[in-house]
Every structure is written in structure tokens, then in C-alpha cells.
Design a protein around this ligand. Structure first.
Ligand SMILES: *Cc1c(COP(=O)(O)O)cnc(C)c1O
Length: 453
């Protein structure tokens, strides 16, 4: 059906892929031709489990009839018209729906097209909020070490993954980076101790600098790109409490965790946290089209609501914002969540895979398995006792993931943390099979690696 070899050559000749060393791609090219349910098929007809939901997006599987139909139906009306100064039908209805399902207090929806943009908007909104109400000193941000919020310059400024972000340092605005409770790498290995240390550090920064801080941004319950690092219980709610105490806005970046991924509709709900600003993207359209949103409170909205001449308008927007096809499929996606009781199902499936994932922890080179909902990371180490990582140049996570590809599952590691983020619709059998592929790949690749150095 496809001229596989010709396509491979063209892909090598014309493309530059995101987050990809093209020298690696040239050695291991792959072109997806189609998808069905939780599987993807390449141009040679080989099928793979979509073990990372096409980079954390997919919800109901590929070619879900109801979602395909929602797009077709919208196409009969219009594909796109602008949201600058006017709105459209699905964007309006989706805004209502989002306000309904997000934590209480979030009453306004500002659309964009990607998670990074939603974060940029959150930062600019928080910044301008304080300007508009006359607290002009509040111009900076607090972020967590190892945090990830997207790849545009503002989002990178509040990012803290050195491998990705260090080189751009001269381009970035300053932010305060506070420690994140990475219990496995904390000297004490003790959850409470680690949590208290981090809270104390945050308290210190707030006490010293709160007058200059507009907002704190955090990935609720789990850092995704930083290595699937779950927070100790009680940490997020305490961060929220400290923000309130010091009059600093709380931005929860739910781009990865939103829409059922963690076993609740939004990760904030695990700790009954009500952010001042919340960013969503990835799962919002079920993985179909690029829609993102920044939600905020009436208090923040009102600080921008004034006569035009007061210059309080939020001057920000993107051409495709509020796209009808995207909003229509997002609405259909959220209807399916309700009809299929999907969030409860995720919680049940998460409980089902927990023991299967924990079995991996007994392998010689698995240091820790972390999971919340259907979002999991398996941290590979050279030495379990000392927690010593593999040499960075070894690219163990990358090699194990390539082996998984060979064995029939696609995913992308974060360094030596293997990522397991299956579509939320995956059945128990499918989940079991995916985890079995992960196990085989780990065993085959790490076999013969020295356990002690
Ligand atoms: C993926 C991600 C982003 C960026 O979203 P894009 O749509 O890729 O720009 C932002 N924040 C978090 C927490 C993410 O996981």
C-alpha cells in the first residue's frame, strides 16, 4: 500500500523531528501509516502497542468512531473561524464543559493550541494580573527543580531540566527554582523527611521574596518529563497553602495529568487543591487535534475587565485558537468520559497494573517503579543497592525502548526512566501484554550488565 523504502528515504531527506537527534533517527527510522484502538501500524505493516499514548495524548484509542464522527459532523458546518473578538459554537460549549469539570473557582477559559502556549498564557496572565491591580513588584516566578512546562522560551524559563534547558540560559527570564520531593534520590530515602525539606526550602524562598513573586507553577502529583516522579501525599496541598499564605498565585500545569490520566479527572483533585490558574492540553481532544486551554478565576478575569483605554486588555492570541474541529472533538471526548465512566475505570485499571509493575521492581537493574493512575515510570539503575545510575553515555533507557519497539511496543524514555502511559481505554489484557513487553526488553538489554561496580 505504501512505498515503504521511498518514504523512509524522503523522511531522512526532508524532515527534522522534535526532540530527536536525527543521527539516531537515520539509524532507526519509523513511519506510522495507521492506527486502530491501542495499536499503531507502520508502513511495512508491523503493528505496535501505543505504550505512550502517542506522547501522552491518546485516551479512547485511535479511530474511535464517536470522535471520528464528531469531526465529520463539524466539517459539514465549518472547519475554522477566528476567536479574536468573536466566538464559535463548539468553543463556547467546550468552555462551559471545562468550567463544569475543573476544580471549583475556575470560571474562565482562554484557548490556545499546545501545552507550552497554555503555560505562556498562564505566566503572562499571572504577571499582568498583578500589574493591572497595581502590585507592580510582583514580576517573577517560582518553579520546581526538574520541572517541565513546554519548549517555548517562557515555558523554558520556568523549566528546570538541565539537559533540555541549560543551553538557552542567556535567553531566559529568572525564576526561583525550589527542590522537588524526589524521594528515591533524597539522601534520607524517607518520604516525610524529603517532603519536609522541600517545604522548608519553599517556605524560605517565599518568606524572602514573596513581594516579587507573581506565581508558583507546578505539575500536580507527578513530574512527567522530569522522570515520572510522584509527590509524597500532602505535598501539593501544603504548597497550595503556602502560596495562599504569601499571596502568590498557584498555577497547576495539568497538561500531562489532566483528563483522567491519574485516576481523577484532574490531579489537583487528589489533594482538593484549587489553583488560581490551570493549564490543560494533551488529553483534551482524546489525542486528535491540537487544543489547549488556560483556566482561571473570576478574580483574575475581573482585573482585566475595564474600559479599553485603561490598557488592561490581555494582548495575547494565536491564529488557530478555538478551532472548531478541535473543540468539537474535545466535546465528544468529554462526553465519552461520562458515558464510559472512564475516570473510575482508570482508577480500577491502575490498581490492576500496580502489582504487575511492582514485579518489575524485582529485576536486577530496576531501581524504582513509580505510578499514579495510568502514568508510570520505571527507573533503571546500574546498582540497586547504591542507586547508582548507568553511565549517561550508555543510553540504557533509549536502548531498552528500542528493544520494546522491536518487540511490538512504542514508548519514549526520559533518560533512564522508562515511560509507560498507555491509552486510558486499554483493556486488562492489553495492559498485561504491554507490561510483559517492557519486562522482556529490560531483561534482554540489561542482561550481562554488571550489577556492582
Ligand atoms: C507536554 C507538557 C507540556 C507541553 O505541552 P505541548 O503541547 O507539548 O506544548 C507542558 N507541561 C507539561 C506538564 C507537559 O507534560
Amino acid at each position: 500500500m505504501f512505498d515503504h523504502q521511498a518514504l523512509i528515504e524522503k523522511s531522512k531527506q526532508y524532515l527534522w523531528l522534535p526532540f530527536t537527534q536525527m543521527k539516531d533517527y537515520d539509524q532507526h527510522p519509523l513511519i506510522i501509516a495507521s492506527g486502530e484502538g491501542v495499536c499503531l501500524t507502520d508502513t511495512q505493516g508491523k503493528s505496535y502497542y501505543d505504550g505512550f499514548s502517542s506522547v501522552w495524548l491518546n485516551v479512547h484509542g485511535h479511530r474511535k468512531a464517536e470522535l471520528d464522527e464528531a469531526i465529520r459532523k463539524q466539517l459539514e458546518l465549518i472547519a475554522h473561524s477566528t476567536l479574536l473578538g468573536m466566538t464559535n459554537v463548539p468553543a463556547t460549549l467546550l468552555a462551559e464543559k471545562l468550567v463544569e469539570i475543573t476544580p471549583p473557582g475556575l470560571t474562565r477559559v482562554f484557548y490556545s493550541d499546545s501545552g507550552a502556549e497554555a503555560v505562556e498564557i498562564a505566566l503572562k496572565m499571572a504577571f499582568q494580573y498583578w500589574q493591572n491591580i497595581g502590585q507592580k513588584e510582583k514580576q517573577t516566578f517560582i518553579t520546581m527543580k526538574n520541572g517541565y512546562h513546554g519548549d517555548t522560551i517562557g515555558a523554558v524559563s520556568v523549566g528546570a531540566i538541565d539537559l533540555f534547558h541549560q543551553i538557552y540560559q542567556p535567553l531566559l527570564f529568572k525564576s526561583f527554582k525550589v527542590p522537588y520531593p524526589y524521594v528515591y534520590r533524597h539522601p534520607s530515602r524517607d518520604r516525610e523527611q524529603c517532603k519536609q525539606d522541600c517545604l522548608q526550602a519553599l517556605h524560605h524562598v517565599l518568606q524572602e521574596h514573596h513581594q516579587q513573586v507573581a506565581a508558583l507553577i507546578v505539575e500536580p502529583m507527578i513530574q512527567g518529563a522530569g522522570g515520572m516522579i510522584t509527590m509524597p501525599p500532602g505535598f501539593l496541598s501544603e504548597v497550595a497553602r503556602l502560596c495562599r499564605e504569601f499571596d502568590v498565585l498557584l498555577i497547576c500545569d495539568e497538561v500531562a495529568t489532566g483528563f483522567g490520566r491519574t485516576g481523577r479527572m484532574f490531579a489537583c483533585e487528589h489533594e482538593a487543591v484549587r489553583p488560581d490558574i490551570m493549564t490543560v492540553a494533551k488529553g483534551i481532544t482524546g489525542g486528535y487535534l491540537p487544543i489547549a486551554a488556560t483556566l482561571t478565576t473570576e478574580t483574575i478575569y475581573e482585573a482585566f475587565y475595564a474600559d479599553y483605554t485603561e490598557l488592561k486588555t490581555f494582548f495575547h492570541g494565536h491564529s488557530y485558537t478555538g478551532n472548531q474541529l478541535g473543540c468539537a472533538v474535545a466535546l465528544a471526548n468529554l462526553e465519552l468520559f461520562e458515558r464510559e465512566n472512564l475516570v473510575e475505570q482508570v482508577a480500577e485499571k491502575a490498581a490492576f497494573i500496580a502489582p504487575l509493575l511492582q514485579e518489575l521492581a524485582s529485576l536486577d537493574h530496576v531501581g524504582e517503579v513509580r505510578q499514579i493512575g495510568l502514568m508510570a515510570g520505571v527507573e533503571l539503575v546500574q546498582d540497586k543497592e547504591t542507586r547508582q545510575p548507568f553511565a549517561w553515555e550508555n543510553r540504557m533507557g533509549y536502548r531498552v525502548s528500542l528493544k520494546m519497539r522491536e518487540l511490538g511496543m512504542l514508548t519514549r524514555p526520559m533518560g533512564d526512566v522508562l515511560v509507560f502511559m498507555p491509552p486510558l481505554c486499554s483493556t486488562r489484557e492489553e495492559l498485561q501484554e504491554m507490561i510483559s513487553i517492557m519486562r522482556q526488553a529490560i531483561e534482554q538489554v540489561t542482561q550481562g550488565e554488571q550489577a556492582y561496580v
